[in-house]
Design a protein around this ligand. Structure first.
Ligand code: GLA
Length: 729
């Protein structure tokens, strides 16, 4: 008998999953999901949005409430958790697959759901006995973070190979009233460039075919109403946990809703599942918040933090780095580097990372990749003397590697040209003079493991900066098939193998700066190199984009030289440091070139960072703007926060605008102090009495005033920062 009206009931005292005959409901803190069971077929996506109340939910089933539109199949097919092609669904399909050009239709008709109320999770098993496939969907709504994670596995139950052209990692429903999509593009030295577009009736689509996450297209986005702001309004967000090719589409449906697909982008013929084989698609993290863009960012930060695997199970305070790249580039001289390490230890650096240039024949970027042994010209006794010196000085020693790469001018390539990804008959295409090794070959993975393992075993190395400085081209394997997916999985496997053998080692993910920032590699690594551009003005934009998806403790942020090597612009040391301390701090300049005053200033910023890193790295982040010239960022919790106010340009109004502070609780009073103020130039703007007081004992404000009336700002010059400390009394 057709279902007219369904009920989902539960004991309404607990936030628990509700399963009835007709519906399955999952509640988070701020969001809920509703699935409708569909006689035999895949469950339907009914709802993802604001938290619904506990207890009984009365709603009409779709099956009972939809008239059959004219000139349409008599069987209506609404959006399911995994729509497929060919049996009445005319929109984008989660799966496109065939067997030698046949069996191109899939239709799930044998489906079951099993719920795990303790984990607030659901396993859906979707079977198609005709196409002979099975799809497992694991859906979990994390109560603490409101992040929905989706895992998808496809199994070939047939006797022939299954060619998969497309497999979504997740299909998400979006309500009809959302109008905009916000996403990020970029390039080397300019990561996380924000874009906002109106959603239209055409399909919105972002594809990445560069073989790694890419600077061009972060694998995630936010969909919101036009009214959504930093701290208010409904925002839906999702990101793919994957470091390879990817595709996202958002498509309007017949009922006004939209479907959002995220998944791998597969090259022609790339994925063939042999009989009995199963493949796991990259995971997806998705979240909804009524607290605007910061709300979804905070949810993601929580989810990423939960997924991190730290040595010995917990994050240590993020150590201050000295990275040698912009200090010496390829010009490695043991004596000079030892002096640099000495100077670094003196100002409080805690980890010395020896960047590119240390290995055989690596005097520029034309040779050496693949030959992972110290260059005896530069290091006659190997790296040990330098590493020992660093450790004696109380710092950790870190080393740069780029294992996936090989220079044609290397012993490795001369011995094994066949180890590079290539297509028979086509000239290899170099980028930065290098080619990419086929990591899926056992002999290649073993060679790289042995080389890195030897370095880690024979020297006190506790940190690796793992780079990947080119896109993939002609990425064919020995069998002539596209290797993008296999390469990404093999890279994860190699990192994992190294981590298993060296459990205390932390790893930084880098790819020409921020070309491999994603939640997939975050599970294997501990820090991202956010961008090769350390210009603080550029960084403010880049870091804001990064923080939309990733927490600040993973955000490598260095104080570089002035003028900045990437942009040629000059900035005060104070301004450079005030932008870098918000992330995982490092120094990337030859500190021996600083005069005594600058040295003292840098040392005091390092001390500032150490004093505050706990608050900077463990709480929430809020971001905002005021007027046309001011951007701000706060870290901490509602009782205790640090507020960084950056003035980018002279304000056009005579008085800077007051800042409305969303992190202040209405019912509390806050003592607010200025703990740092740096104005560029030697003519400080006039001060007012209040700020003198705030530089000392501080001033007390009602939380409700800070939220709605706002915090007054002192006069600020262009490219300067004021840092406030606020504590509820
Ligand atoms: C990339 C990284 C830099 C540096 C160089 C070394 O560009 O982003 O930080 O490590 O490689 O070649």
């Amino acid at each position: 008998m057709p279902l007219l009206c369904g009920r989902a009931t539960s004991d309404n005292t607990r936030d628990k999953m509700i399963e009835s005959e007709d519906f399955i409901v999952l509640h988070g803190r701020e969001s809920s999901l509703v699935f409708e069971k569909s006689s035999g077929g895949a469950p339907l996506w009914r709802y993802w949005g604001p938290r619904l109340p506990n207890g009984e939910l009365k709603l009409a089933s779709l099956e009972s409430s939809r008239p059959v539109p004219s000139f349409s199949p008599d069987r209506n097919i609404p959006l399911s958790v995994f729509p497929t092609f060919g049996a009445g669904w005319f929109n984008q399909s989660g799966l496109l697959a065939s067997r030698a050009g046949r069996s191109f239709v899939q239709d799930f008709t044998a489906c079951s759901a099993s719920a795990d109320p303790d984990n607030n999770s659901l396993r859906l098993t979707l079977g198609d006995d005709v196409a002979k496939i099975r799809l497992l969907l694991d859906i979990e709504l994390d109560r603490a973070t409101d992040v929905l994670s989706v895992g998808t596995q496809l199994e070939n139950m047939g006797d022939d190979p299954l060619d998969v052209q497309r497999l979504a990692s997740a299909v998400l429903p979006l309500p009809a009233h959302l109008e905009t999509v916000r996403y990020y593009t970029g390039r080397h030295n300019k990561e996380f460039v924000p874009h906002q577009e109106n959603l239209a009736s055409s399909v919105w689509c972002r594809e990445n075919r560069r073989g790694l996450t890419s600077h061009d297209s972060f694998p995630g986005a936010m969909v919101a109403s036009k009214r959504a702001q930093n701290q208010a309004g409904e925002v839906y967000a999702a990101q793919l946990a994957w470091s390879g090719n990817h595709v996202q589409t958002i498509e309007a449906l017949d009922d006004g809703r939209r479907q959002w697909h995220l998944g791998e982008w597969l090259a022609p013929g790339e994925l063939r599942l042999s009989p009995g084989a199963t493949m796991t698609a990259p995971g997806v993290l998705a979240t909804f918040s009524t607290r605007g863009y910061d709300g979804v960012a905070q949810n993601f930060h929580g989810a990423i933090r939960k997924r991190m695997t730290w040595p010995r199970g917990r994050m240590k305070p993020r150590r201050v780095h000295l990275n040698t790249w912009e200090a010496v580039y390829f010009d490695h001289d043991l004596e000079a580097l030892t002096a640099l390490a000495d100077a670094a230890a003196e100002i409080g650096v805690e980890r010395f990372v020896l960047d590119d240039g240390w290995f055989k024949n690596r005097n520029d970027d034309r040779a050496g990749l693949g030959d992972w042994e110290p260059d005896i010209g530069k290091y006659p006794d190997g790296l040990r003397p330098l590493a020992d010196f660093v450790v004696e000085k109380g710092m950790e020693f870190g080393l740069w590697v780029e294992p996936e790469m090989v220079n044609p001018d290397s012993d490795l390539y001369r011995a094994h040209p066949e180890w590079a990804l290539s297509i028979t008959g086509r000239e290899p295409i170099t980028a930065r003079n290098q080619l990419v090794l086929d990591l899926s070959r056992h002999e290649v993975a073993d060679y790289l493991f042995t080389k890195i393992d030897t370095l880690l075993t024979t020297m006190p190395i506790s940190y690796l900066k793992w780079d990947h400085n080119r896109d993939l081209t002609l990425a064919g394997g020995a069998d002539g098939r596209a290797m993008y997916r296999k390469q990404t999985l093999a890279a994860y496997k190699l990192i994992d193998r190294i981590r298993t053998a060296h459990r205390d080692v932390e790893i930084e993910a880098c790819a020409g700066g921020g070309g491999r920032i994603d939640a997939g590699i975050a599970e294997y690594t501990h820090r991202f190199w956010t961008s090769d551009n350390v210009d603080p003005v550029s960084r403010l934009g880049i870091q804001r984009g990064f923080l939309q998806f990733m927490p600040p403790e993973l955000m490598g942020a260095h104080v570089g030289a002035s003028p900045c090597h990437a942009t040629g612009r000059s900035h005060s040391l104070d301004f450079r440091a005030s932008v870098a301390v918000c992330g995982h701090l490092g120094v990337e300049l030859d500190i021996q070139t600083l005069d005594a005053e600058e040295n003292k200033t840098l040392k005091s910023w390092i001390a500032f960072y150490k004093r505050h890193r706990e608050r900077l790295h463990k709480g929430s982040v809020w971001r905002g703007e005021a007027g046309e010239a001011i951007v701000w960022q706060a870290h901490g919790d509602e009782n205790h926060w640090l507020l960084f106010v950056y003035c980018m340009e002279q304000t056009s109004s005579r008085f800077p605008p007051a800042l409305l502070l969303p992190m202040a609780k209405g019912e509390a009073d806050y003592r607010v102090q200025i703990i740092h103020a740096s104005n560029a130039g030697d003519r400080p703007p006039p001060d007012a009495r209040l700020f003198e007081q705030m530089r000392g004992v501080g001033a007390v404000f009602s939380g409700s005033w800070l939220r709605h009336g706002g915090l007054s700002l002192p006069a600020m010059t262009a490219e300067s920062c004021v840092i406030f400390h606020g504590k509820a009394q």
